[in-house]
Design a protein around this ligand. Structure first.
Ligand SMILES: CC(C)(COP(=O)(O)OP(=O)(O)OC[C@H]1O[C@@H](n2cnc3c(N)ncnc32)[C@H](O)[C@@H]1OP(=O)(O)O)[C@@H](O)C(=O)NCCC(=O)NCCS
Length: 184
């Protein structure tokens, strides 16, 4: 369990799956994630069960004030030889958007990745239309390294995927200046 000021990252429980499915069923969220197939309960359970085999670590994000799940975050395809992994985050409860919960959860995840898993590089892919996610990643120190042009076709339009990454050295430097000392 990783505890922050307002959120906790904890392991996924069976009772969280109903929330995960509700969030993925939301058309607005599906667009931000570039998903276009419905996710069945069977798909979601299999994705969670097979996570260790794929080298993924998945957390449920809990609002400390209410104890309720508000999202999830993960490292995908952890490559311990090259010390790199892909990060992913979803604040599924839309009332929580734009209030700093996503930034805090991502900071906790990233810090765990660099200081516990000993990763050297964390990367993520964001759809060019997802301005909130782009802003959050940039605020944390991710840098745009390139664009995969017209990678995603949605609602009759193509969108670029932006490749962001963050190195451990950059994060440790930034971490020193994070004002919210209760986080680390
Ligand atoms: C992306 C996400 C994790 C960001 O978390 P969040 O808690 O909503 O974001 P934060 O409150 O930390 O806000 C980040 C910044 O974006 C800004 N922002 C909020 N809404 C915005 C919008 N529509 N467009 C651009 N910037 C926006 C905020 O003002 C804030 O900047 P500030 O600190 O200068 O005010 C969350 O919104 C989310 O999970 N969205 C749905 C799924 C998703 O997009 N996942 C990421 C896939 S790559």
């Amino acid at each position: 369990m990783i505890e922050g000021r307002r959120v906790i990252l904890r392991s996924v429980r069976n009772s969280d799956i109903q929330y995960f499915l509700k969030w993925l069923d939301d058309p607005e969220i599906a667009l931000l994630l570039g998903r276009y197939f419905p996710t069945s309960e069977f798909d979601e359970r299999s994705w969670l069960i097979e996570a260790p085999e794929r080298g993924d670590i998945i957390f449920t994000i809990i609002d400390k004030a209410t104890g309720q799940p508000i999202g999830n975050c993960r490292f995908g395809g952890i490559d311990f030889k090259n010390q790199r992994a892909e990060s992913g985050i979803l604040i599924g409860e839309k009332d929580y958007w734009g209030k700093g919960y996503g930034k805090e959860a991502l900071e906790l995840l990233i810090d765990y990745g660099f200081t516990e898993l000993n990763l050297n590089s964390i990367y993520t892919l964001v759809i060019s239309s997802n301005e909130r996610s782009i802003k959050t990643h940039k605020q944390i120190g991710f840098r745009e390294q390139g664009r995969i042009r017209q990678r995603i076709f949605m609602k009759n339009k193509f969108y670029d995927m932006i490749y962001f990454d963050l190195l451990k050295s950059e994060w440790l430097q930034r971490r020193k200046h994070i004002k919210n000392k209760t986080l680390f």
